[in-house]
Every structure is written in C-alpha cells, then in structure tokens.
Design a binder for this molecule. Structure first.
Ligand SMILES: Cc1ncc(COP(=O)(O)O)c(C=O)c1O
Length: 400
C-alpha cells in the first residue's frame, strides 16, 4: 500500500516557488542573479501597521481568537467593502484566513464534490487548478490569449459552462498577466453568468489596489448585483499593504458558504495569527496614502519593463492595466539556439537558459497554462529591472 495519498499524485509543487528557490541557490553559490520570479512587493510593511502589531503583542493579544477572525477585523473588512466597492456585507458574511490562499482553498474544499467543474481562465495563478484538484474537483481551463489582451471573452465563458460547473474563478488584475477587466468587459461576463444560475463566482481581487493610468477596478458583485447571492468576493492585505509574510486574507459572501468555510478552518488551522489580525485592522482602517505612492512606483516600473522588453528580439510585451507582472510572448524565440548552445524548444527551456547564461530568473509560461511566454514580476528596484531587461535583450539578440 503506498504511503503517500493518491490525491498528491494529482498536484504539483508551485513552480513560482521553485524558481525563487533556484535563484536563491545560485545566489548562495556566488552567482550574480536578478530574481524576477517572486510575487511580492519589495517595500517594507508601513510603520503604522508594524506599530499596531507591536501594540497587540504588548497588550497580550496573543491567544486563540474566533476561528474565522476577530470582530474588529470583520468590521474593518465590512467597512472596506462598503467604502471601496459599494458592497454591503455584515460580519456574519465575512471570513478571515491565513492568506488569501487559505480562504480560496477553504471555499473549494467546502463546496466541491467529485465531478464538479471549476472554470479557470488561462493563463491563471498557478495555485487555482491544483487547489481544485486537491479539493476533489475538475479544473476546466479556458484560454484567454494575447489576441484578447489575456481577457476571457463572453463567448468562451458561455461555451465552457456545463451542468457540472460549480464555480467560475475570476481574477482581475491578473496574476500572471496584469490584465484588468473594465466595467464593460466584466459586465459582458456577468451577463453570461446571469443566464446560468447554478454557477457561483469566486472573485480574487488580490491586486485591486495595483491599477494604473485611469483604469478603474471593478468586482463582479458590484457590476452585477444579481450575482451578489452567489459570489464570494476574496481579497487580502498581502499585495496592497506589502504584508505577504503576515498571512491575512479574507472573503465575503453568503452566510451558508462562510459558515461551511469556517468549519473547514476550525478543523484544520483554526484562527489566523492573532497579532497579524490586529495589524490588518490597522492596514484597512489606517491611512491609505501608502497605496497611491505604491501605485506610482509600480506604474513607472511597468512602463520601463514594457518598453525595454518590446525592444528584445522575438519578444512582444503587452502593457497591462495592473498588478506587478508582465507576460511577454516569445513566439519569435522558440526553435532557436542560445549563445550558450541551449536549444530553445519551449518557454521552460528559454527560462532555464536565461537563468543559467545571464542570471535573470523569470517563470516560464507553461506554469501558468499559456505558452510560449514568461512572467516577469517587476516588484524590484528600477536599477535591477533595467539591468535584467538589458540582459534579456542581449540573450534574445544572441539567439540563432
Ligand atoms: C492571484 C492571487 N491570488 C491569491 C494570492 C494569495 O495571496 P496571499 O495568500 O498571500 O494572501 C496570490 C499570491 O500570489 C495571487 O497572486
């Protein structure tokens, strides 16, 4: 009898974490490595948030809390949804977990039965399909390619829906492409969903605050109030407030679903870290000017990276609306040989040769379900980005 469960055979470790680890190993060997793989802001958590956490420790707020979040945090989350999204939720409709990741996972475990399908536009955040598989469901990926600016069309969504569809996972701005849906683009999708009342919507709004130019962020329950009763609106403090290590994510939706998610959490991890919850209260209720400063920095970096990557031979890099990623197409590089003699058969071979020959770490597109591409996270200094893009340009110029 095998010791490891059959479930594990269906999933793979996160490729983004694998790239980050490989870059770290090369650095430890003394190599000059620029890591563009990690999906986290390079800023420190703002001082007021750190101070709130220190206060919580000093005040002894170090015990178990309510399983799915302290009342102060649930109140702050309700206020945030009202203020920023025009959505009315009561504390009973809110759940807090150890990162957005746990919240999404809880929702899938709490609702999926074998054979249940979950529609995931590709390219997708690496964890969605594997979470669905771990929860016993069937991921149904639908390609949203460069021709539609990496956005799912209503026709494709309609065609993917079957009687077994339980969830549609929506992520705007997107990891890995940065693509953000406008009000009218999202309305076209919610119109489709209104015709299929058995399909629930899981909206992953993690990058809400990282949007550029005059783009206005919208979320499905806001755009189509008719979907409110079957939408789980998910968010977190990791990306917006540079709090990836604190591990606080949250979601709001119908009470029955929230209760089911709480049951899963109560029998697995219990409450998220008490101190981190108090820090998150300050993040949501405290001064928000940090967000605007962040945006300006990320927008400048996006413009730098898009411009420099479009000057690399064989690379086409769309200009995304948000997040801190770009997802260039490298069709023009496939089938060539690198200056170091590597055959660039696919995007994984491209990323491997790029790391080995130039020290630039990116994540290959196949990991996100759309090739041939790679993902650049530009959440690093302007100087490092400029140098990395110069090396990518030189690497591409050397392809024969
Ligand atoms: C699209 C998306 N959703 C959710 C998460 C999870 O964030 P966290 O668990 O740090 O809150 C991430 C993190 O990379 C992400 O990119």
């Amino acid at each position: 009898m095998p010791f490891i469960s059959d479930t594990l055979a269906r999933v793979k470790p996160s490729p983004t974490i694998a790239v980050t680890n490989k870059a770290r190993d090369l650095k430890a060997e003394g190599r000059d490595v620029i890591g563009l793989g990690a999906g986290e802001p390079d800023f420190d958590t703002p001082e007021n948030i750190k101070a709130a956490a220190k206060r919580a420790i000093d005040e002894g707020k170090t015990k178990y809390t309510a399983v799915d979040g302290i009342p102060e945090l649930k109140a702050a989350i309700c206020a945030k949804f009202k203020r920023e999204n025009g959505l009315d939720y009561t504390p009973a409709q809110v759940t807090v977990g150890t990162g957005g990741k746990q919240v999404l996972y809880n929702a899938l475990v709490a609702t999926l039965n074998p054979g249940d399908e979950v529609i995931i536009p590709a390219p997708y955040w690496v964890s969605y399909p594997d979470m669905v598989l771990l929860a016993g469901g069937t991921p149904v990926t639908v390609t949203a390619g460069i021709e539609s600016n990496f956005k799912l069309t209503p026709e494709k969504l309609e065609a993917a829906i079957t009687p077994r569809t339980k969830w549609f996972i929506f992520n705007s701005p997107s990891n890995p492409t940065g693509a953000g849906y406008s009000q009218s683009e999202l309305k076209a999708l919610t119109d489709v969903l209104m015709r299929h009342p058995h399909v629930w919507v899981m909206s992953d709004d993690m990058y809400e605050h990282l949007v550029f130019d005059d783009f206005r962020f919208v979320t499905p329950a806001e755009v189509e109030p008719g979907l409110y009763a079957r939408t789980l609106t998910c968010n977190g403090v990791s990306k917006a407030y540079a709090m990836t290590g604190w591990r606080i994510g949250y979601a709001a939706g119908p009470v029955e679903l929230i209760k089911a998610m709480c049951t899963i959490q109560s029998q697995s991890t219990s409450n998220p870290c008490s101190v981190a919850q108090y820090a998150a209260v300050e993040a949501l209720n405290g001064p928000q000017d940090f967000l605007a400063e962040n945006k300006t920095t990320f927008q400048r970096r996006r413009d730098l990276v898009v411009s420099m990557l479009n000057q690399a031979k064989g690379v086409t890099c769309p200009r995304p609306e948000g997040a801190f990623y770009v997802y260039p197409d490298i069709s023009g590089c496939i089938g060539k040989t690198s200056a170091g003699g590597a055959a660039i058969t696919d995007d994984e071979a491209f990323a491997t040769a790029l790391l080995e020959e130039t020290g630039v770490a990116v994540v290959f597109g196949a990991a996100f379900g759309l090739s041939p591409n790679f993902r650049v996270s530009y959440a690093t200094s302007d100087a490092a980005l400029e140098e990395a893009c110069r090396r990518i340009q030189a690497f591409c110029a050397g392809l024969r």
